[in-house]
Design a protein around this ligand. Structure first.
Ligand code: MN
Length: 231
């Protein structure tokens, strides 16, 4: 096969303890999957979550133990952090039953669903798509993937984000409205899942703005932490 110009390289994420990388196919995200975050965004709380997407090459990979630089994006003056547990899909499927969902998981990582909140709010008011607020370049910082069987208690793991050493978000994966298996089952009703898909599972309460120079440190109990410097 030859192309009219060089084919773009596949975005890929390191896997803890493995030489091989995880190649990214698509990035799905869940909106309002924690009750207290839905409330802080002006909604009633425990309503059904929903999905949106980011382009696969929006991943910003932080190698284990490293701080990755994120360039402050264009067009915004209100860039928000959203710390999230990310599910890495290893086996595809559609109409996946909740009871079968775990078998489709390769592993987990800590991710940030970075959001140009001012643009997202403008689009909400106009009834237009969120892409410009959510799917911009480098909008999906992500840490090393840990293979699922190494984190059996992920469903009860704490999740935290600190900015410059101060807590901004602190919750627990047990507070997801759709839990991990339910989220995979719901997503697979709408799209055929493929190996390489990433699923950002939603953020807990405490979202807020960051500025150039800030150090973001995200963690989920049992996973490699994610460190991002805004530049
Ligand atoms: Mn989010």
């Amino acid at each position: 096969m030859s192309y009219v110009f060089p084919s773009p390289s596949t975005p890929a994420i390191p896997v803890r303890g493995r030489a091989e990388l995880f190649p990214v196919h698509r990035i799905y995200c869940v909106g309002r999957n924690y009750e207290d975050h839905a409330k802080e965004m002006g909604h009633s709380g425990r309503e059904a979550p929903f999905f949106f997407m980011k382009p696969a090459d929006a991943v910003l990979v932080a190698a284990e133990g490293q701080v990755v630089n994120m360039p402050y994006p264009t067009l915004t003056s209100n860039l928000h952090h959203e710390i999230e547990l990310v599910i890495a899909i290893g086996k595809g499927g559609q109409n996946i039953a909740v009871a079968d969902a775990a078998a489709h998981i390769f592993g987990y990582a800590v991710g940030l669903d970075m959001t140009r909140r001012d643009l997202q709010n403008d689009m909400k008011k106009l009834g237009r798509p969120w892409c410009i607020g959510k799917g911009f370049d480098h909008s999906a910082p992500i840490g090393t993937i840990t293979v699922a069987d190494q984190v059996p208690a992920i469903g009860q793991a704490s999740i935290v984000l600190q900015v410059n050493g101060v807590d901004r978000q602190r919750s627990n994966i047990a507070k997801l409205i759709w839990n991990i298996s339910e989220t995979i089952a719901q997503l697979s009703l709408a799209w055929s899942l493929q190996p390489g898909d990433l699923l950002f599972t939603g953020t807990p309460e405490g979202v807020g703005a960051v500025v150039r120079g800030d150090l973001l440190e995200g963690g989920v109990e049992g996973l490699d932490p994610l460190r991002v410097r805004m530049t």
